[in-house]
Design a protein around this ligand. Structure first.
Ligand code: SF4
Length: 315
């Protein structure tokens, strides 16, 4: 199904983790605001732009700007950064900066942002509320719907193996993704993080996550599905296994190396010591080793492309 629908190309995204400040307190996350063990950092706007330009020089067609929910980056400031990157490169810009207002989402879209990633995390509203203090699943799903209405290419996803999650919850996760008709889906195993309330819980199963990647490809054959870093953290060749199960995207890190160990949502995260150029070469080698090819251009999802074609947005 993967070969039939999206072919052999694996699209690469240069990932910039530009701030580990976060106003939220998600129980599973090492960056939660109450975790005092984390040294906080944020790239200043000029450094963020410079890093994105470097990603373009390295040959990426898309840059993913990801952070905790850090209000230092106001709607206006992020809009200026997006405009500057767009003026100087042909990069597609994906944002992954959490829940913000509809006005901010609209401003960023007008500034040139192309895509937005915001995982729904779990389709069980009670579990969602237990894991995300002061947040509701309804608000989260509302963000996904707003982003879609604004014309973004939208990505969601969930974690596998959360405490309190059942097989039924996972089935609901899959149904919700189909209902939301998302263009991109990222899933990964839950990996317990020290200094969080879930530190002593058991982690999610690698095999189950791989099976869910395969199910997602069958359910959403035209979507872009990344082989996530969390899968590479659980197994040395975890990302290659995910690619064989149906994934078609990888997100090498281009964050300046000195910051990378500080963006630790979960422990043992891979690729924190290499320079951005090394990451690119490593990933290309992994892609070639399994007989696949490196995607060219911006690599939007087939799903998004078809939707826009139907709306007459492509010639
Ligand atoms: S998961 Fe995201 S929103 Fe939640 S605490 Fe971590 S960085 Fe913040």
């Amino acid at each position: 199904m993967r070969a039939d629908y999206v072919g052999e190309a694996i699209h690469l995204r240069g990932l910039v983790e530009f701030s580990n400040y976060c106003r939220c307190n998600c129980l599973y996350c090492g960056l939660r605001r109450e975790n005092k063990a984390v040294s906080r950092y944020r790239l200043q706007p000029e450094e963020l732009v410079r890093t994105a330009l470097f990603a373009a020089e390295l040959g990426y067609g898309t840059v993913v700007l990801q952070s905790g929910e850090d209000l230092f980056y106001t709607g206006e400031l992020l809009a200026q950064i997006i405009k500057e990157i767009k003026a100087k490169t042909n990069l597609a810009i994906t944002l992954s900066v959490g829940e913000r207002t509809e006005e901010e989402y609209a401003l960023w879209r007008q500034a040139g942002a192309d895509r937005y990633l915001i995982r729904h995390e779990t389709a069980d509203p009670a579990l969602y509320a237990a894991l995300h203090p002061q947040r509701t699943q309804r608000e989260r799903v509302g963000c996904l719907q707003t982003l879609r209405a604004l014309g973004y290419e939208v990505g969601s996803g969930f974690m596998v193996g959360l405490p309190g999650q059942s097989a039924e919850t996972l089935a609901s996760d899959l149904s919700l993704l189909r209902e939301l008709d998302v263009d991109m889906v990222g899933i990964g195993p839950f990996i317990p993080s020290p200094s969080t309330p879930l530190a002593e819980e058991s982690g999610g199963s690698f095999e189950r996550t791989v099976n869910l990647v395969a199910l997602l490809r069958l359910m959403l054959p035209e979507a872009n599905i990344p082989a996530t870093t969390a899968m590479g953290t659980l197994r040395p060749n975890g990302r290659e296994i995910a690619l064989a199960a149906g994934a078609n995207v990888m997100m090498p890190n281009v964050t300046p190396t000195r910051y990378r160990p500080l963006y630790e949502i979960y422990p043992g995260k891979i690729c924190t010591g290499e320079e951005a150029g090394e990451c690119r070469l490593c990933i290309e080698g992994r892609i070639k080793s399994i007989g696949r090819t490196v995607g060219q251009g911006q690599g939007e999802s087939l799903k998004y492309r078809k939707r826009n074609a139907a709306a007459g947005k492509y010639a």
